[in-house]
Each structure stands twice: as structure tokens, then as C-alpha cells.
Design a protein around this ligand. Structure first.
Ligand code: NAD
Ligand code: ZN
Ligand code: ZN
Length: 343
């Protein structure tokens, strides 16, 4: 089968022919409907994140059950499913509580999940090591559903932790309206009454944010002007929550500058920015958090929100063979919403 493979840091991904996987006991093989193209793949290709190749890329996957390994109960061939991406040990207390994204034994696993050390979904078929990593999609289109497993789950987890602060008087700033950010805007609208400010350095992404219902959309190319505009909207209290889906130095600095007291500065993007601390900047009572992905039960919640029409992934689809071109487009900021590869 055709697959998009990571070889090693600094080398472009390669499209190769590899054997189809077969399921061992407790495992499941999926026929992939769609594999989302996350900006993290660019970090993996460019920077040494400690992942050892070769492995098939694609950590945002959905499809149909193709084959069940011995002993797998409760599923049948053809069932449409999403794959829960952060694969933990499955035994520790944290995994047992469904938060495999924070598995106690992550350091000794040798992989962070399919497409992140183990073979992922940018291929015709994908091996899922345990049926517990499957979540039923019901009537959702698996192509549109693939990005729910990361582009929606990651902001959902970050927002859920911030909910107590997101009251009607609150102001929330979302920086980076790409794959994750376009879902964050919708999730915030669906889940909170807070005033929503979208921020990006690309006017096309700001248009997108407005179409998705953000009350304000601010260009961050002039950081001082953006900070001033946020200050005007938020008032003397300052911004209550900043969700940074870029994580570059400029965006982390912007977030630290605009949050008020008793606030939350959440950095999700892996842009390499550093949060500096000096007395009262970020201000007293600010919690700085670095959430990672989300739990299995949170993926169920996200899928339920999509089934009920509260959120909708906006996808641009491409054949698997165009993966390298899609990575180039993502790097150039030319993808609206999420790109999804179709094997
Ligand atoms: P994306 O490329 O789809 O979107 C990035 C957006 O940020 C684009 O709209 C772009 O215009 C904007 N942007 C880029 N630089 C900017 C700047 N300096 N100022 C303002 N806006 C800027 O990326 P994505 O797939 O949504 O991923 C976003 C980030 O989140 C990446 O760094 C990715 O690796 C990371 N990520 C983290 C987790 C986690 O669990 N922590 C999970 C998934 C992705
Ligand atoms: Zn990702
Ligand atoms: Zn574990």
C-alpha cells in the first residue's frame, strides 16, 4: 500500500510502498478515510523531537474497521471510527482515567502514538494497537471527522480547563486561526458566553475567524497595535484567557502582555517561544499552562458536539499522493481550516 513516511529529521517525507498491516490479538486494522495534516508534522520533519523513523506519518485519523484481531469484541467490519491519537501504556492510573495524553509511563513507551513514532494514518490502512483507541463516529463523515481527533480535541481540552474563568464578562483571545484555532473559535462560541477575539498575522485567516463568528479579529503583525486593541476591548480587567496556537516568541509575549490578573495563558503551539517572568508580568494570579492533546472521553465529547452540529471541521481534501505539496502549502500558510489526505 502507499504511505507517507517520516525518515529522519531534516529530510522531506517520502511516499513509499509498504505491506498492509494485519491485526494481532486485541488489535484492529482500519481502512483510512482521511488523515489530517497537522502543523506538528512540520515540527517533526524539521526539528529533533526525539522521534525515531521510519514511521508512517498522520496522527489525526478516521476510517472504517477493515479487520478485527482475535478477541476484539463489540466492533464489526465497516464501522466508522476515529482513532484516539495519544497512545499511553493503558495500565497506569492516568491512562485508566482516559487521559492517555498524560500517561505516567510515556517516557518508556518509545512512541507517542500512530504517526508519532508508530505507523500512523497517511496510508491506505492503519494498525491500531488496541480497540480501546477507537471512538464510534455514528453518522459523521469520517473524512470531516478525522481532524476532530486533534485539531478539535486539543483546543477542547485547553478550553475545558479554562471554563471556570470564561464567564459573560470574560474576554478570551485565540491566537492562530489555522487547523486548531478555527475549531477553538467554534468551541468557545458553543461552550462559553465570553467575548471572543481572534488574532492572526494573516488577513485571510482573520476573515475566516469572522465568518466563524469571532466578535473581533485582530492583525498581530503590529504587536503594539494588537495589544492596544485587545486592551480596549477587554477593559481594565485585561484579557481573561489567552489560547496561543502559535507559540512563537511574538505571540507568547503578546499573550503575557494582554492577560489580566487571575487569568490563564495557555500555550499550545510549538513555535519555540519562551514565557518570561518578571514581577507582575504575566500579572499576579495568571496560570501559565501547556496542555497536550486531550483524553479519550474528551474525544467522545468532541465527537458528540460535532454530531449535534455545534462544531464543524472545515477541510480541504487532497489525494495522498499530494502529501508533499500539502506540507508545502501548510508551511506557506495556504491551508484554510485543515487539510485532509485521502488514500
Ligand atoms: P496551522 O498551520 O494550521 O495554523 C497556524 C496558524 O497560526 C495560521 O493561521 C497562521 O497564519 C498563524 N500564525 C503563524 N505564525 C503566526 C504569528 N507569528 N502570529 C500570529 N499568527 C500566526 O497549525 P495547527 O495545525 O493549527 O497547529 C498550531 C500549533 O499547535 C503548531 O505549532 C502545532 O505543532 C501545535 N500543536 C500542539 C498540540 C498540543 O497538544 N500541544 C497539538 C496539535 C498541534
Ligand atoms: Zn497534531
Ligand atoms: Zn499510562
Amino acid at each position: 500500500m502507499k504511505a507517507v513516511r517520516f525518515i529522519r529529521t531534516g529530510r522531506p517525507a517520502e511516499i513509499v510502498d509498504i505491506p498492509r498491516p494485519t491485526p494481532g490479538p486485541g488489535q484492529v486494522v482500519l481502512k483510512i478515510a482521511g488523515a489530517g495534516v497537522c502543523h506538528s508534522d512540520l515540527h517533526i520533519l524539521d526539528e529533533d523531537l526525539g522521534l525515531k523513523g521510519p514511521f508512517v506519518l498522520g496522527h489525526e485519523n478516521a476510517g472504517w474497521i477493515q479487520a478485527l484481531g482475535q478477541g476484539v469484541e463489540g466492533w464489526k467490519e465497516g464501522d466508522p471510527v476515529a482513532v484516539y491519537g495519544p497512545w499511553g501504556c493503558g495500565r497506569c492510573r492516568t491512562c485508566q482515567s482516559s487521559a492517555e495524553n498524560y500517561c505516567d509511563n510515556h517516557a518508556s513507551l518509545g512512541t507517542m502514538g500512530g504517526g508519532l513514532g508508530a505507523d500512523g494514518g497517511m496510508a491506505e490502512y492503519m494498525l491500531v494497537p488496541s480497540a480501546r483507541q477507537l471512538v464510534a463516529l455514528g453518522g459523521l463523515d469520517p473524512v470531516r471527522a478525522a481532524p476532530l481527533s486533534d485539531a478539535a480535541l486539543t483546543p477542547y481540552h485547553a478550553i475545558k480547563q479554562a471554563l471556570p474563568l470564561l464567564t459573560p464578562e470574560a474576554t478570551v483571545v485565540v491566537i492562530g486561526i489555522g487547523g486548531l484555532g478555527h475549531m477553538a473559535v467554534q468551541l468557545l462560541k458553543a461552550l462559553t458566553p465570553a467575548t471572543l477575539i481572534a488574532a492572526d498575522n494573516d488577513p485571510a485567516k482573520l476573515d475566516h475567524a469572522r465568518q466563524l463568528g469571532a466578535s473581533h479579529a485582530l492583525d498581530t503583525r503590529d504587536g503594539d497595535a494588537a495589544a492596544e486593541a485587545i486592551g480596549k476591548i477587554a477593559g481594565p480587567r485585561g484579557a481573561t484567557v489567552v489560547l496561543d496556537f502559535v507559540g512563537a516568541q511574538a505571540t507568547v509575549d503578546l499573550g503575557a502582555r494582554v492577560v489580566g490578573r487571575n487569568s490563564r495563558l495557555t500555550v499550545v503551539g510549538l513555535g519555540g517561544g519562551v514565557v518570561h517572568y518578571a514581577a507582575n508580568r504575566p500579572p499576579y494570579g495568571c496560570q501559565v499552562t501547556v496542555p497536550y492533546w486531550g483524553s479519550r472521553t474528551e474525544l467522545m465529547e468532541v465527537i458528540s458536539l460535532a454530531q449535534d452540529g455545534h462544531i464543524r471541521t472545515e477541510v480541504e481534501t487532497f489525494p495522498l499522493e499530494q502529501a508533499l505539496d500539502v506540507y508545502r502549502r501548510l508551511r506557506e500558510g495556504k491551508i484554510r481550516g485543515r487539510a485532509v489526505l485521502l488514500p
